[in-house]
Design a protein around this ligand. Structure first.
Ligand code: BES
Ligand code: ZN
Ligand code: ZN
Length: 512
């Protein structure tokens, strides 16, 4: 769908030609195309368009003299006058996507300004992300569109750019990352009855077949035998069998191994500690961590990232009340032997993650672990819907993740994890109980997980506030955001690159 243009913008006869324009400190915004520059001057003088960030203006040029109709529409997208950054181009991509959707457009050309103080590969990458993410809609279950609701669907985007190589690289990277995020959105949009633990398992296998990865799915019997009392306990009220989906992306045996664990709770009713009914439908999204982890694997495999091994584990189950459901006061044995007193069956995410973390660390001996989960309502109280909560036992990993999040436009905020918080988890009859006091709920949840990771560098992302109802952005529609996919993809890239540079360093040093 994304390609480099071989024809000049003025000769383009597609649906829409886009120019990105910066606000000028003096006078009208500039544009390399003289006819567009004239329009910009006029609209500036009239006062209708200054090129401010987020401002757009569309006009319909007259057919060219030779009788060709040229571009049907020309859209100018303002970039403002501040220093350019990656997010600005994603937002611009989202704004273009909105115009495309409104006007029944399918073919567009974007002119990458010749003189713009920003790396062309990153510009193309972020614009592509914005276009893909902003064009997303989930209409699978709508049987018919209202006539005035019908909208355009992007089929072809051509970039007109000077630096073809850089732009091609950026486009590819952006498309892989953003498409993966839309896959995570798709999984989350499915009703819980259409996205069960078995669907996670099937998708893991599909990815494995498509990209030559190894996929193993542990059944309830296997998990029972292994002593995974957390996921088995949470699953007791459901008649959908639980699954533990394990996907391995291997490059070199000596490369670092990153373990990703994602909460795959396909519906969280709270169990016997039943949630209030208002808004409970949103708990179909309680699998967004698992979706993010699988979608990341897809992006990693598609991009053929080198110098890093990645293992993804998705513990998947429903949490429902039923005659056999786990009850408050019950005791479970987690993988590895720790006993847990279940005080609140709605604090189920940590129980399934504990099994997956302990098992993954024992089996794969990863160099670092990141888990992603819609774990606590408390993170929404603390951070709202703008930043994901991050906690961990390793500064280097947290810093690396934080930088990856900034790069992806998915901001994180680290919360403390002092050992004092763990005291709240003391149980009278077991090693731990599954909830602390109400206050600092995000931290006590992470403190619980910390008991299962030992000394392995580990970071936990609580995406309860960002997996849906995410902060308003032009490229994030209502519903699930696909959060964490692009951050994790970037983290894997960084780990792979670091490996490459340190390996190169070693060779150099060894040669001395
Ligand atoms: N899935 C929820 C967390 C959640 C709440 C996500 C709201 C998104 C929006 C989790 O399983 C849960 O219910 N957590 C409880 C923990 C409590 C019982 C200690 C919560 O946050 O209320
Ligand atoms: Zn819950
Ligand atoms: Zn939950």
């Amino acid at each position: 769908m994304f390609k480099l243009s071989k024809i000049m913008p003025a000769e383009y006869n597609g649906d829409l030609l886009v120019h990105l324009v910066r606000q000028s400190l003096k006078g009208a915004p500039q544009c390399q195309d003289s006819s567009v520059a004239k329009i910009l001057k006029r609209t500036f003088d009239i006062g209708d368009f200054k090129g401010k960030e987020g401002e757009t203006l569309m006009y319909y040029p007259a057919p060219t003299a030779k009788g060709q109709h040229g571009p049907r529409r020309i859209l100018m997208v303002g970039l403002g006058k501040e220093e350019l950054n990656r997010e600005l181009f994603r937002e611009a991509g989202g704004q273009i996507a909105a115009v495309v959707s409104k006007h029944n457009i399918s073919k567009i050309m974007v002119v990458v300004p010749e003189e713009i103080p920003f790396a062309k590969d990153e510009l193309a990458e972020c614009l592509t992300e914005g276009l893909v993410l902003g064009s997303y809609c989930f209409e699978k279950y709508k049987t018919k569109n209202e006539p005035d609701e019908s909208h355009g669907e992007l089929k072809e985007v051509s970039f007109f750019a000077g630096d073809d190589k850089a732009v091609r690289k950026g486009m590819k990277q952006g498309e892989i990352a953003a498409r993966a995020a839309t896959i995570a959105r798709d999984m989350a949009n499915e009703p819980a009855s259409h996205w069960t633990p078995a669907h996670f398992a099937a998708y893991g296998k599909e990815l494995a077949d498509k990209f030559g990865m190894a996929c193993k799915v542990l059944s309830a019997e296997q998990m029972k035998k292994l002593g995974m009392g957390g996921i088995i306990g949470v699953n007791q009220g459901s008649d959908q069998p639980p699954k533990m989906v394990i996907l391995e992306y291997k490059t070199a045996p000596k490369a670092k191994t990153l373990l990703l664990v994602g909460k795959g709770l396909t519906f969280d009713s709270g169990g016997i500690s039943l949630k209030p009914s208002g808004g409970m439908e949103e708990m179909k999204y309680d699998m967004c961590g698992g979706a993010a982890v699988l979608a990341t694997m897809q992006a990693v495999a598609e991009a053929k990232l080198k110098g890093v091994n990645v293992v993804a584990i998705v513990p998947a189950t429903e949490n429902l009340p039923g005659p056999s459901a786990i009850k408050p006061g019950d005791l479970i044995n987690q993988y590895g032997g720790k006993t847990v007193e279940v005080i609140n069956t709605d604090a189920e995410g940590r129980l399934i993650l504990a099994d997956a973390l302990a098992y993954g660390i024992k089996k794969f001996k990863p160099d670092m672990v990141v888990d992603v989960a819609t774990l606590t309502g408390a993170v929404i109280v603390g951070l709202g819907h703008h930043r994901t909560g991050m906690l961990g036992n390793n500064d280097e990993l947290c810093d690396q993740l934080s930088a990856a999040g900034d790069h992806a436009g998915e901001l994180l905020w680290r919360l403390p994890l002092d050992k004092e918080y763990t005291k709240q988890l003391k149980s009278d009859i077991a090693d731990l109980k599954n909830v602390g006091k109400r206050d600092g709920g995000t931290i006590t949840a992470a403190a619980f997980l910390k008991e299962f990771v030992g000394d392995t560098p580990w970071a936990h992302l609580d995406i309860a506030g960002t997996a849906w109802n995410f902060t308003k952005k032009s490229y994030v529609p209502k519903g699930p955001s696909g959060i964490a996919v692009r951050t994790l993809f970037e983290l894997v890239r960084r780990v792979g690159k670091k490996q490459k540079t340190s390996a190169a360093g070693k060779v150099k040093g060894g040669g001395k």
